[in-house]
Design a protein around this ligand. Structure first.
Ligand SMILES: Nc1ncnc2c1ncn2[C@@H]1O[C@H](COP(=O)(O)OP(=O)(O)OP(=O)(O)O)[C@@H](O)[C@H]1O
Ligand SMILES: [Mg+2]
Length: 310
């Protein structure tokens, strides 16, 4: 099948697991189920969870696996309609006015219709997500880190996600012929309104279980020795139980495994951990804690547990 043609949606949860795995994403049953349902029911998927647990990655992987465009709206404080939805191309409009003046055009209505036509419309992510995507099927629309946007913008999105349409006063209503595959992520720095959540399927993306995390390392860092990757995963899982200021996410586990592989390490030892801890922990207080007896105990526990298993 040509790469620019959309792949069919998965028919079962097993197919969804395989679809995600085909692009290197290891999904547990619960996540695969909610992804499957969101695709079948054509409902937005609302993913909440700690940093670095693979929320954003789901949208990227889905777009690749389904052969759809990925349209990303990165949210931040102060995000407004002109950046997120559409904007008029003001310089081009000015030029049009000048040219009309020069040619002696005086019909005001005709001039205005020309100025506010599709030709001068700059489509930002929301509008792009609602526009027809020729031959490809609806795109994947990632609304990333929605908790960072203001509540006013959230209210606006609520409207968009209800009807999949946007009204532009000068132009009329633009409506998607088929709803995009919407993935919304948040880190829960603030609660998102119930009204918006109600339109979505919800899933809390947790830190993966050890077996899943081991599989992720195997896929993402194929050069990492088996024994080392087991130690890495056990150590990271142990760290997450220590009530640190900032727990390492999956992204950090992958980084650590990559770093240790680059350094040709085959096993964890106190010196190696201390030399590379910056790939895993990003706060000095956490690093100081791990440099002390707590870190030493965790490492010896991990090695004892793995030795017992072997
Ligand atoms: N289940 C998984 N399978 C494969 N890779 C994963 C998985 N979970 C996370 N990753 C990897 O971890 C990295 C971080 O994931 P991602 O950026 O999606 O996290 P996030 O939850 O969006 O974090 P943040 O809240 O910081 O944006 C990605 O590079 C991704 O490849
Ligand atoms: Mg993210």
């Amino acid at each position: 099948m040509p790469a620019d043609f959309a792949s069919p949606l998965p028919e079962t949860i097993e197919q969804t697991v395989a679809l995600l795995e085909g692009e290197g994403y290891v999904a547990g049953r619960a996540l695969a189920t909610v992804v499957f349902l969101a695709l079948r029911m054509k409902r937005p998927l609302f993913l909440e969870g700690e940093a670095g647990v693979g929320k954003t990655e789901i949208a990227k992987v889905l777009s690749r696996a389904l052969g759809r465009d990925l349209i990303r709206l990165q949210c931040y404080e102060g995000l407004d309609v002109s950046t997120a939805v559409y904007e008029w191309n003001y310089p081009a409009q000015m030029l049009d006015i000048r040219l009309s003046e020069a040619s002696g055009e005086t019909d005001r209505e005709r001039l205005e219709a020309g100025l506010f036509s599709e030709r001068h419309l700059i489509r930002r992510p929301v509008l792009q997500a609602l526009s027809p995507s020729l031959g490809k099927g609806p795109p994947v629309f990632l609304i990333d880190e929605l908790d960072r946007a203001d509540e006013a913008f959230e209210a606006y999105l609520l409207e968009v996600l209800s009807d999949f349409q946007v009204t532009i006063p000068e132009l009329g209503t633009i409506r998607a012929d088929a709803p995009p595959i919407v993935i919304i992520t948040t880190n829960r720095t603030r609660e998102v309104h119930d009204a918006l959540k109600r339109r979505c399927l919800y899933h809390w993306v947790d830190y993966p279980a050890a077996a899943v995390e081991l599989e992720i390392v195997r896929r993402k860092v194929p050069g990492c020795r088996v024994r080392l990757s087991r130690e890495i995963v056990a150590y990271v899982q142990g760290l997450r139980k220590l009530d640190l200021f900032k727990n390492p996410g999956v992204a950090e586990t992958i980084d650590w495994a990559t770093a240790l592989t680059e350094l040709d390490r085959v096993a964890l030892d106190p010196e190696t951990v201390s030399d590379t801890i910056g790939t895993l922990l990003k706060y000095q207080d956490d690093i100081a804690r791990i440099a002390g007896s707590e870190g030493a105990k965790l490492l010896s526990d991990v090695r004892a547990a793995l030795a017992a298993e072997a």
